[in-house]
Design a protein around this ligand. Sequence first.
Ligand SMILES: [Fe+2]
Length: 269
Amino acid sequence: MKFIQLSDLHLVPNGKSLYGSDPAYKLQRAIESINKHQSDADFVVITGDLSDKGELSTYYDLKKMLNYITIPYYLIIGNHDNRGAFLEVFDNKFKCDTFVQFSQAKDDSLFLFLDTKIGDWHNGGFCKYRLEWLDKKLKAHKNSSVYLFMHHPPFTIYHKQMDSIGFEPKNKFWEIIEQYRNVKHIFFGHVHLPICGIYNETGYSSTRGTNHQIALLPKDDDTFFNSNEQSTYSIAHVTPHQVNCIIHEYLNEENAYSCSVPLKKEYES
Ligand SMILES: [Fe+2]
């Protein structure tokens, strides 16, 4: 199984820019790259913050752009999104009750796409309904390998500003996960940084946003600062024994050049 993770598009109404760049252009370049180099992937997932301010027109624009992707795509929402506007455009495709939460099963694997948006807050979380939905899915597929996609990371990532708009309640979420122990990996967005690690026995990873990134400094300031780090997407290969993610700077791929370092044999001769 191979799939591509994109995140944090932050689309703005047509003709406008965000932090000095055009989010639609950065997404178009990602789609172009995926079609050209990743067309063997099973699907693309975009892990939230599809729109910067949740205008209806941004979701219509997104749908038009995604029509050009040659492989299936799945979408979840983030704190910047407007759930109602999103569902008006994408209708029932990604919906469960009133949430953007759904599942896909393939062979012995289950992919769960979670909605961590809470009200108009930048923090994320789960209500009782969504916790119960997760519990039921994990229980029904207790012999499967489960992979979660969610906008907010459900653990501390040791980044002061991003942790101040993190996920709660972490304890209730992990109580469910640890009951079944079938979640192998969590793919998340929100942080605009490439982060990887293991929480208890579950692996996790993220990718940068397509438009702008979050700076690491200054560490002790509550203010968010952006950085000029490159846009990326993550190329994930998932097998029963491995999860491998390559964080790819797709805007630079045309600058690839042949390497002139000699092979070991040539050193020896
Ligand atoms: Fe974001």
